[in-house]
Design a protein around this ligand. Structure first.
Ligand SMILES: [Mn+2]
Length: 356
């Protein structure tokens, strides 16, 4: 296991590599080329510049989150094969530069979705939150207003304003695509990229859908234990794996988080470990990583990762906004640093206990 931290690049992030370097035990950076569009080829020069910038801080890149998959690939549009060719070239260029883990998701149209970006918790911290009734009341286009922070020019990843322009067409595209079609399109994509992943030893890590159910009638498939097992078996190659996000997968109370981690042993290539606080089945908010601040048993989650032999990059996820920090929602320095410390503490105890 390596403790890592997501970083949005010097152009976009309020947190510096120097800040991250000072969090004890964090050695790896998870980042991406934030200006690349899904479907583009990442050049070796761009990748090398990114690697060198991180290396100059004393850290290194442990993986990419994400190389985004275009809607043409997800929906099998005519440009699909061209976009897959470009994706393969990008993987090849990443592999040549020594990068071995790539995260992606397969959610149509919308990325992670929340209905509030700054809900105030009893301790005065603010967090993002999701309420199903609020979603049921709005139209898809209004999601962009919900996902735009007030008084700020920060754009959340996956919610770039230019996506809004094509949203009507995208809904049209997905009108006749059901879950089985989406599974078939995912299989087609994975089978096409497995050879390059084998050649350069690149572990693909799919991020679960967040929340773990269909919204606005769009199909979603990476949302249950059954479907995750179907995914790893339908392309039965070790490079076809999962970015296990406890917060995304855990949005559905039907999902047993530690049990699913154990069943995916050997195929979890990246872990996002965070807590959620449920107010009801349809209303949850983010919490501190500490078990007692939310609804998850974080010890059992870390134990499941440890006992299933997890040895990839792990990172804290979606922190609360605390101590007056102003940063991208969920991605400030302070609460994620607390989260990293706590997860490292749980891990140290697991290692030492099992050695006795
Ligand atoms: Mn996540």
């Amino acid at each position: 296991m390596e403790m890592t931290f997501r970083w949005y690049g010097s152009k976009h992030d309020t947190v510096s590599l120097r800040d991250i370097r000072q969090i004890p035990g964090v050695t790896g950076i998870i980042t991406t080329l934030y200006d690349a569009k899904p479907g583009d080829v990442w050049t070796e020069e761009q990748i090398k510049a990114m690697i060198d910038e991180v290396a100059a801080s004393g850290l290194h890149i442990s993986g990419i989150e994400s190389v985004n998959v275009s809607d043409a690939i997800k929906a099998a549009l005519p440009e699909r094969d061209e976009h897959i060719e470009n994706y393969i070239k990008t993987l090849e260029n990443l592999g040549k530069q020594g990068i071995h883990m790539v995260c992606y998701n397969f959610m149509p149209v919308f990325d992670w979705t929340r209905t509030e970006l700054a809900r105030v918790r009893p301790d005065g911290s603010t967090v993002s939150a999701y309420n199903q009734q609020a979603i049921d009341k709005i139209r898809p286009l209004e999601m962009f207003d919900m996902m735009t922070p007030d008084d700020s020019d920060i754009v959340l990843p996956g919610w770039e304003p230019e996506r809004m322009d094509s949203i009507k067409e995208l809904f049209e595209v997905y009108k006749d695509i059901g879950e089985e079609d989406l599974f078939a399109n995912l299989k087609y994509f994975l089978e096409a990229i497995m050879p390059v992943c084998g050649k350069y030893d690149i572990n693909m890590a799919i991020h679960p859908d967040d929340p773990a159910w269909s919204i606005f009638g769009l199909p979603r498939i990476i949302n249950s234990q059954e479907n995750l097992l179907r995914l790893i078996h339908m392309v039965d190659n070790v490079h076809n794996g999962v970015a296990f996000c406890t917060g995304a997968f855990g949005t559905s109370l039907k999902n047993n988080v530690p049990d699913t981690i154990r069943k995916l042993a050997g195929r979890i290539h990246f872990a996002h470990v965070r807590n959620l606080k449920f107010n009801s089945q349809d209303d949850f908010e983010e919490a501190a990583h500490l078990s007692s601040d939310g609804s998850f048993d974080m010890y059992e989650i870390m134990k499941a990762l440890y006992e299933s032999g997890f040895d990839g990059p792990i990172r804290p996820d979606h922190g609360r906004m605390i101590w007056g920090e102003e940063a991208m929602v969920g991605y400030g320095l302070y609460d994620r640093a607390l989260g990293a410390m706590y997860l490292l503490g749980l891990w140290e105890a697991l290692v030492k206990n099992s050695a006795r």
